[in-house]
Design a protein around this ligand. Structure first.
Ligand code: NAD
Ligand code: ZN
Length: 358
């Protein structure tokens, strides 16, 4: 078991990583109240509530199960959580455990930041994406009818407990999608890690325990290091959006249906890598390493044929991360060295997408 510390202005968040670590003594270290509420969804509840409730017997334990799905990450569900907490008469002496993937983490993070202006929050992420990305760094939020994650806060959780055992029940495509964010850390900040992933792709795909512990731990370390230097995303935290400019536009063009986030990001990472060869100093060997790693992990590399280039360009200009109506691309000088540019014109990007697709 490893313990890392995410230090920000607001607090120090311990992040524990291990296998089979959900037990009474570990959880008790982070629970500072008699009342505890676990908030999860129906799918995860069926699979994983039994174990965690059995180790929390000494607390006044309550459970709230939400419906499963990104479509429930909205202000109505947030309101339902608030209604529940208020009706149950909880005071600030309360610990909320968010047990789930990024949807539960973002919703519950927001609810626990706003209920009585903030109560003790423990994230127990259960998807690979949540373990390496969404549970770390304190972004909370819900979607709005005009766009994803438009309403939210920065609230660092009080602690994060990452148990790779949860990954054993994760559906194949969800696991695979999470791997895109893992590769991303290698590309943007750790060339040695990227090579290691490339050389150990078989073990990773088979979800070998030691390999999972390694990819989760290194990914979390990379994310911590970025968030500690730029918590509120005024500069280098934006490097985490590598592959996301095109990725978000692909997801939006498909109405967030029939494509998982990591899969869209994977295509976006190849495209950003191609732009980096064309516009920057990234060399072809580095391009080949990135592409081969993405392929070896079984991630997609082609833009779905049913969406048009013009639709993608349209969605790129709507992206909330585009400041001043300009496209922002994270590009590479080399593997491990990023920069952001807003100098790429729509006509250049259109022609690059066209040649990428041919
Ligand atoms: N806060 C952040 O910094 C941040 C970063 C990245 C993504 N996000 C958000 O995260 C969300 C996506 O998260 P996600 O990919 O974890 O999706 P998710 O939470 O929808 O989980 C994916 C699916 O897997 C199921 N599941 C979860 N854990 C399981 C397990 N152990 N076994 C079996 N099934 C399991 C869920 O019920 C769901 O059906 C998006 O809303 C995105 O905006 C937030
Ligand atoms: Zn992402």
């Amino acid at each position: 078991m490893k313990q890392l510390l995410l230090k920000t202005d607001s607090k120090n968040t311990p992040i524990v990583i291990g296998k089979n670590i959900i037990n009474s003594s570990l959880l008790s270290k982070f629970i500072n109240s008699k009342d505890v509420v676990i908030i999860t969804n129906t799918t995860i509840g069926k699979l994983h509530l039994k174990k965690i409730t059995s180790v929390l017997k000494k607390f006044n334990l309550n459970i709230l199960k939400l419906p499963d799905g990104e479509q429930y990450k909205n202000i109505n569900t947030l309101s339902k959580i608030h209604d529940y907490l208020i009706k149950m008469n909880f005071d600030r002496d309360l610990t909320i455990i968010a047990l789930g993937g990024g949807v539960i983490g973002d919703l519950v993070g927001f609810a626990s930041d706003t209920f009585l202006r903030g109560v003790n929050l423990i994230h127990i992420p259960t998807t690979l994406l949540a373990q390496v990305d969404s549970a770390i760094g304190g972004k909370t939020g819900v979607n709005h009818k005009f766009g994803k994650n438009l309403i939210g806060t920065f609230k660092q959780p009080n602690s994060v407990i990452i148990d790779i055992n949860y990954l054993s029940t994760l559906p194949e495509k969800e696991f695979n999608s999470g791997l895109a964010e893992v590769i991303k850390y290698g590309i943007i900040s750790n060339p040695k890690f990227l090579k290691w992933i490339n050389n150990n792709s078989n073990l990773i795909i088979k979800r070998n325990s030691n390999s999972l512990l390694k990819i989760v731990e290194i990914s979390v370390k990379e994310k911590i290091s970025i968030v500690m230097r730029d918590e509120k995303e005024s500069n280098i935290r934006a490097f985490l959006n590598f592959g996301h400019t095109l990725g978000h536009a692909i997801e939006a063009s498909m109405n967030y249906k029939n494509i998982l986030h990591g899969h869209a990001v994977s295509i976006g990472m190849i495209f950003a890598t191609m732009l980096s060869v064309d516009k920057s100093t990234l060399n072809i060997d580095e391009f080949n390493l990135i592409e081969s790693t993405i392929k070896k992990l079984g991630l997609p590399i082609n833009i779905p044929s049913k969406i048009s280039t013009s639709k993608i360009i349209k969605h790129m200009s709507f992206d909330k991360k585009n400041k001043g109506g300009k496209n922002h691309f994270v590009l590479l000088k080399s593997i491990g060295k990023c920069y952001i540019t807003n100098k790429l014109t729509n006509s250049y990007i259109t022609s690059m997408i066209e040649s990428f697709r041919s």
